[in-house]
Each structure stands twice: as C-alpha cells, then as structure tokens.
Design a binder for this molecule. Sequence first.
Ligand code: EPU
Length: 421
Amino acid sequence: MDKLHITGGKPLCGELRISGAKNAALPILAGALLSEAPVTIGNVPHLHDITTTMELLGRMGVQLVVDEKLNIEVDSSSIQNFYAPYELVKTMRASILVLGPLLSRFGRAEVSLPGGCAIGTRPVNLHLQGLAAMGADINVRNGYIHAVAKRLKGCRLVLDQVTVTGTENLMMAAALAEGKTVIENAAREPEVIDLANFLNQLGAQVRGAGTGILEIEGVESLDRPGRHYNILPDRIETGTYLVAAAMTGGRVKLKNARPALLDAVLVKLRAAGAEIRVGENWIELDMHGRRPCSVSIRTAPYPAFPTDMQAQFIAMNAIAEGVGIITETVFENRFMHVQEMQRMGADIKLESNTAIVKGIPWLTAAPVMATDLRASACLVLAGLVAEGKTVIERIYHIDRGYECIEEKLSQLGAEIRRIPH
Ligand code: EPU
C-alpha cells in the first residue's frame, strides 16, 4: 500500500485548478443508466471511486469510452444484467445509486447491501422505503437487496431524515415512474441539483432541485441523443485546499471553482482570519502569514456547514489560537481522525458528538493511518504544519476522493511525496 511522506512547515502559495465533484459524478454516472441514448460526461475527476463506478457499470454491460480529455461516453443501450456485487459495493457505498435507475428502467435490480462504514452505520432504509412506496417489491436476503417492479408509480414521499444519495436514488427512480412523485425533506446539496440538471438535459422533468421539495413528473423514456454534460466543480476539494493555505499562512488562487457553493465554509475561514476574494469561478485566500484563530462549527445538511469539511477544520483548529468546538450532527462516528491527530500532539477532547480542540503552536510529525477519505485529508493538512516528517499509511482512502493530491500540493510548494509499496 502506498504511503505519503510530508515534511511540514512550508506556506502554500500559488494557483490550482479544482477538479469535478466526486459526489456529483457518482450519481450522474449511475443516472446514465436511465438513458437509452449514449451520453457524454465531462469534467469527471480522475479518482478511484470513479474507476469503481465504471467497473460496476461495465460489468452490467454498459459500454464506456474515455477520450484523451477524460470525457466519458456512457452507452447503456445494451445492459445484460442488473447486478451490483458485494466485492464492489463494499469498496464504495455509493454503488447503491444504481438501484433506483435499474429498477425504474428495467424493473429489477440486485444490489449488495452496503456494510458498515468508518464514519457510522449509514443505513439505506430511506432509499428502500421510498422505492417500496413507489410500488417496488423489495426483499433483503443473503446480504443483497432484491428489487422488482412493473412500472414504478409516482407518489408523495416524506423523508424522515435528509439523505443525499437517498434523495438522488429516489429522484432517478421517479424520472421514469408513472405520474408525479413529490419528495419532501429532500437534500438540497449542489450535487443533487447537478444530478437534476443532468437528468433534465436527457429529457426528465425534475423541478425544485436545491429546495426541500422535489417534484418529478415521470416520462416514458430518456432518449435525447448526443448530449454532453459537465460535472460541477468539487466544493469539498476547494474547501480542503483553502484550509491548507489558511493553516500554513499561505496564499492560493483556486480556478474552476464555484465559491457560491461554499458560503458556510467561507464564513468560518474569514472568522479564522483569512482574507478571501471571489469571482464567479475562482477564489483567492490570503492568510498574510498569520496563524489562524480557532472557529467553532456545527455540521448539518446543505446549506449549513458540510460534514465533509469537519475533519479539515479539526486540523486547522489544532494549530489555531484559542479553543474551537466542533459538533458533528450528520454521522455518529466521524471522529476517527482525532486519535491520529492526538498522536501528532493535538490537544483534542471528545465528548459524544463534540470535539473540543485547544490550539497549540505546532504539531509534531508521527506515523499515522488514514481511516476514511476526509480523515485522510485532515492528516495530510496536519502533516503540512507538523515539525518533521509525517508518514501517512493507507492513503488509498485519499485516492478515492482527491485527484492527484500530492501533485497539487507540490504545485503549491508543499514537500510531499508518494512512496509506492
Ligand atoms: N441515513 C439514514 N437512512 C438512510 C440514509 C441515510 O438513516 O436511508 C442517515 C445516515 O446514516 C446519516 C444521514 O442520514 O446519518 C445522512 O446521510 P446521507 O444519506 O445524506 O449520506 P450519503 O448520501 O450516504 C453523501 C455523500 C457523503 C457525505 C454525505 C452527507 C455521496 C456519494 N456521499 O453520503 O460524502 O458525507 O452525503 O453530506 O454523495 C465523502 O465524500 O467523503 C462522503 C462521505
């Protein structure tokens, strides 16, 4: 397994191009299963989770062609099976996103039930309840979800809890259902909007994306040919590099970004002392060499502060001036990075779903282990400001969600190397 070696102490300075959003690309690739005509998807990030999704679609018989600019043409006209095996689902929970489209277009799907996860139990009950309410017959046996339906029927769904992939799965299922589906308490994340825009470009009728109520008028088929869709920029990757610059007292300009999707994060970075300027598709942060001030955050569904940025703000607070209180309300066990940070000298106390982080002037390098994607990002950030050489193991987690992280950080002046195993 590859490792990352990071020697801390360099302020990050320079310019970077932000990649396409992982969490938009995954549902959109799954959504291409709904289309009878080939679709081309651009600005797809080069990530492990994308490769896994392509493998999953490929095994179903979907034809995939990747051109030199990494545009992916997806042709779902010749699918032979409707099966998502455990060996792929266990490496990527987002595989559950094929359930809605398969069931809606082909009337059947067999998808492995995702197992446990490093950040919480993460059930899919709301996905299944929603599909059942639309008329699907769903059985869970031998670790697999077996779902069949003649044609799904539109209905009113009130989600018990805001769920991003749950909203996406049900939106895709409703796209080809008979009649109108209304999803209340829907997730409002920008990636949900991106999926809705993609489906509408194929001929779907989804309204209300970005609000808590989605209205989907089912259509007979999605068959508008020759369409190209560009994935929106990754707001979490953007936020992660902004925090990296803020922690190291640096100055960065991020291009191909969408600052308007990061309001809750920018408020906190400004409170930490960063000077931030934004354009429509770029963002610049200047810390003027200062040490950040601690900030307190509470994670919640969009537009509140994203859980996917919680670990990075723990890293920043660890070396900030003052005490920051971080409350995680989305996932029950998303503090695995805290123990590793403590091994680097961080002063953090955990009390149920809250981390109390007392900033210290510097961290010290240590061998640490990545446990999930955003926890890995936290450790990389910590390594950038630690005294000495930090060695991060199990970095395959980071390759799931950050495109060429060591190249991008090196471009900004960080001393970081991947050590292949
Ligand atoms: N939940 C249920 N039942 C369900 C579905 C969700 O109880 O049927 C609960 C979850 O256990 C959790 C909460 O609802 O406590 C929210 O989970 P959600 O379903 O919104 O999470 P997700 O859709 O599985 C997506 C992202 C995550 C991101 C969360 C929250 C994708 C592929 N994944 O996960 O991204 O943290 O939304 O914003 O979109 C990451 O990129 O590192 C990542 C984990």
